[in-house]
Design a protein around this ligand. Structure first.
Ligand SMILES: NC(=O)c1ccc[n+]([C@@H]2O[C@H](COP(=O)([O-])OP(=O)(O)OC[C@H]3O[C@@H](n4cnc5c(N)ncnc54)[C@H](OP(=O)(O)O)[C@@H]3O)[C@@H](O)[C@H]2O)c1
Length: 247
């Protein structure tokens, strides 16, 4: 039986750790040609080597020029982008009174602007080839009222609306946009917050594994569902099953 992602070019931002890395590994197992993007090129190159020579591209996706360069490098190499996973992101876990505009701007550029710029860069390429899939990685925190996480959750809530509108706008071109909402996941995320600390926003929840979340992302690509919400732990592997899938 053919693998699910047979030679599909899957561009993943934030592929140097956590959910993005796990997604890259999972799609590679399924025959994809992953393109790994993040700032830490040494980590990307090590993962790419393990995956048998995936394309690793250093990019700070907060910078629109670097996003365009990333997509150009991908198309120069493979001639297309079949799937875009907008996964790179960072938290800002402080009470609103303590949030600085500088920090809010920084995470807005990363969590909200970057996925838009990446979609704008890949959509003409996907349209020309008759379609594609885009998954935007949001957060369960954007679907609830969590004191201490408001600034981060607001960037993800903005991404949600952008993504739902993008789904409608790109549908006529055969481009399917989905949203995945992870719950607390065991990654570097909580050690790499822009500011603040893990507290009310997830403290005490059982973290999911990044592979579990990666399976949800893969499921979203395969089913084209508009939104996939990952419930709080413990993991429920049966919820990630895709009919006819080997994943
Ligand atoms: N972990 C959780 O509990 C959780 C819950 C809900 C949603 N999420 C979301 O899941 C996504 C993945 O996070 P994670 O949990 O896997 O965290 P992670 O392990 O910290 O991974 C974040 C990734 O984003 C990359 N990144 C950060 N800033 C970047 C930039 N300016 N340009 C390019 N890449 C950048 C990082 O790579 P470099 O540092 O090498 O650039 C890294 O690969 C994020 O969007 C996050 O908001 C996470």
């Amino acid at each position: 039986m053919a693998k699910q992602f047979d030679r599909k070019v899957v561009l993943i931002t934030g592929a140097s750790s956590g959910i993005g890395e796990a997604t890259a590994r999972l799609v590679a197992e399924q025959g994809a040609l992953p393109v790994l993007a993040a700032r830490r090129i040494d980590r990307l190159e090590a993962i790419a080597k393990e995956l048998g020579g995936a394309l690793a591209v250093q990019a700070d996706v907060s910078d629109p020029e670097q996003v365009h360069h990333l997509v150009e490098t991908t198309t120069e190499h493979y001639g297309r982008v079949d799937v875009l996973i907008n996964n790179a992101g960072q938290g800002l876990h402080l009470p609103l009174e303590q949030v600085t505009l500088e920090d809010l701007v920084a995470i807005t550029e990363l969590n909200f602007y970057a996925p838009l710029v990446a979609m704008q860069a890949v959509v003409p390429i996907m349209r020309e080839r008759g379609g594609g899939a885009i998954v935007n990685v949001s957060s369960g925190s954007s679907r609830m009222v969590l004191p201490g996480v408001g600034a981060y959750a607001a960037t993800k809530a903005a991404l949600n609306m952008l993504s739902l509108v993008a789904r409608e706008e790109f549908a006529p071109d055969g481009i399917v946009v989905s949203l995945v909402y992870p719950s607390v996941t065991a990654t570097e995320f909580h050690d790499k917050l822009r500011a603040g600390a893990m507290g009310a926003g997830g403290g005490g929840l059982t973290p999911h594994s990044s592979r579990y979340v990666a399976k949800t992302i893969v499921r979203a690509v395969l089913t084209g569902e508009a939104e996939v919400v990952i419930p709080h732990g413990p993991e429920r592997p049966e919820e990630m099953e895709v009919p006819g899938s080997q994943i």
